[in-house]
Structures are given as structure tokens and as C-alpha cells.
Design a protein around this ligand. Sequence first.
Ligand code: SAH
Ligand code: SF4
Length: 351
Amino acid sequence: MTDLYRLLPEEMEKMVIDMGYDRYRANQILMPLYCKFPKSIADIKQLPKEMIAELVDAGYTIGSAKEVHKITSDDGDTTKVLLNLTNDKSVETVLMQYKPEKVGGLPRSTVCVSTQIGCAMGCIFCATGQMGFETNLKAEHIISQVIHFEEIIEQRKEHITNLVFMGMGEPMANYDEMIRAVKILTDPRGFGLGQRHITISTIGIKAGIERLAEENLQIGLAISLLAPNNELRKKLVPTATSDSVEEIIEAGHNYFKKTGRRVTFEYVLMDGVNDSREIANELAELLRGNGSHVNLIPINPTAGDFERPSKSRVFEFKRILSGAGVNCTIRIEKGTEISAACGQLRTDIVG
Ligand code: SAH
Ligand code: SF4
């Protein structure tokens, strides 16, 4: 069985030609796939009946996600769904909407996709990490999370504008399927999202960052740094033994040099763990003068013991970084009350 959502446009063309049909038939599949969301091949009315039958006989399918559960934040801007995928596994995906800047404009609609069910990295502050690793998602499963929300918001004439790979899992640990999904989602004949509207967040797998830099894509990169030294980082990310803080930062800079895209270092702030003045100074020393951008994320509650630092401590941390000339922002909280925020996604508890 092959899900048609798995195919790059050029692969779709090859398939059509190999079956003895004209090249333009590929577009007759691609257009409805990404605009009309057919649920079966028979729903693609432009195709001749015999072609539909041949595709079905050859084992092609159209997969879609089934919504098992949905929860929306009080302000209505964040929606978290539990989706049942065609691999019969459930995954959490989040839609975050931001009010339009202009009156009458459309909202920014960002989907936060998952690339794995669970995660093998085992970060001790992250709900997904604490779940352990279950499985890698295929490209079509990543794409179906996006299509699911596009189909919903398209009914109110809105569209997905941005995509962040910040849901469950480590994208670089499922590189081939992740990049296949990115290529299909950004192809003008696929979902057609601008490359610059996608950000991949990684715990800092150097080999993955280097590979991504070679893709010739304009994808944004975020690296979860979490600590300015290896000793502390290893406590927080137990599996991060091979790539040092220095190597990860260097990989980030090389990514910037190669792609021209500024890299963001994400830093989850945990009370009494990585939020002291000394640590802020150490981080500032490490990053000063090289154009880095730091995004501070006051920790969102998970089952673990970690607490969010006080507001004044968060601002103090920011002040130290900014004072050293390190560009720094504090992430706006979205969806914490529905456990839809960073690091809160897991599939064994719903709600
Ligand atoms: N595996 C990737 C992407 C998914 S996690 C990564 O680690 O980057 C996405 C972001 O959520 C990361 O920056 C991670 O550090 C952050 N995160 C994890 N647990 C969190 C928590 N409890 N509160 C706030 N952010 C968290
Ligand atoms: Fe995995 Fe990222 Fe969570 Fe770490 S923070 S366990 S890498 S999802």
C-alpha cells in the first residue's frame, strides 16, 4: 500500500507515466489532494474510471487522520487534537492562531506537528521524553496532521500559514521521513507552503543539522540548547552524550552561513536548575558576538518536578543576555491550560 500523500510531485508524475498515462494526470491528482482533500481515490472525479481502478489495484490509497479528541483554549486561539493515523497510532497536533495584524486580515495559523510518537531522547523536563519512544512517523503521517487542520480552517476561508516541527519527537532522529514531508509541504505543486514559513526544532543532533544545511532549503532552524555547559546539559538531556554544546553551536553557525537563515537557540528555563545569574552570564559569554538569537521558554508544567522561575527571574536572565548583546526574546505562552504547549504533548493522557 502506498499513500498518495507520500509522493513528491515528480514521483507522482513517474507513477502516472509508468502506468501509461499522460504526465498531466499527475496534476489532476495533486491539485485535489492539496485543495479538496479527497478521502478516497474514487473521490478524484477528474480521473478516468479505469485509472482509478488501476490505482486501487496497484495498492495506492489516500490516507487521512481521524480526530479522536479535540480541545480548544479559553481564548479559542489554540486547538489540540488527538489524531488517529493510518498506522493506527494516535498523535497530538496543535494549531495556534494569532489575531490578524490588520482589520479584516487573516490570522497567522501555525501548526505544530509531531514527527515521532514518543521520543527516545528522554529529556527529563519534557512529557514526550518521559513517555519513551514508540515509533517514527512516515511522511504521510506528518502531512496528514497539516491537512487535517487545513481542511478545518479552510471552511472559514483561512489557511495554514506556518509550520513548526515542535510537537512530539525529535525531527532529526526521523530525518528521511521528516525531510520528505518538508519537501512535499513546500513544493508549489504539493501543499505549497513557503520554505521560510517552516521551522524545525532539534535537541541538537549535529549530524542532522549538517545534513539539513546541505538540502538547499530556506527552512528555519531552532536548537534546544538548555544549558551553557555539557555537565548541566547532560543532566537535562541524558542521551546528549556525543555532541557537545560547542559542537552544537558551531553546527548552528554553519547552518546560518550556508542558508542565511538565523538560528534560534531555545532555552527552557527551569527554576533553580538552569536560571541563575551565573548560568546566564556563562550563556552570554558563549553566545556573545556571533549573532545568536535566544528564545527563552519558561517551563510549561509536565508531570516532572520542574517549576517555572518567577517573572522577575526570567526578566533578569533576559537582561543579562541582552546586556551582553545577545538577541533574546521570551516565548509567548499559548495553550498551557489545555496542555498543548511546548513539552506537554503525550498520547497516554488526553485533556
Ligand atoms: N525534539 C525537538 C522538538 C520538540 S520539543 C526539540 O527538543 O527541540 C519542542 C520544544 O519544546 C523544545 O525547544 C523543547 O526544549 C521544549 N520543551 C520541552 N519540554 C518543555 C516544557 N516542559 N516546557 C517548555 N518547553 C519545553
Ligand atoms: Fe524529545 Fe525534544 Fe522532548 Fe527532548 S525536548 S524528549 S528531544 S521531544
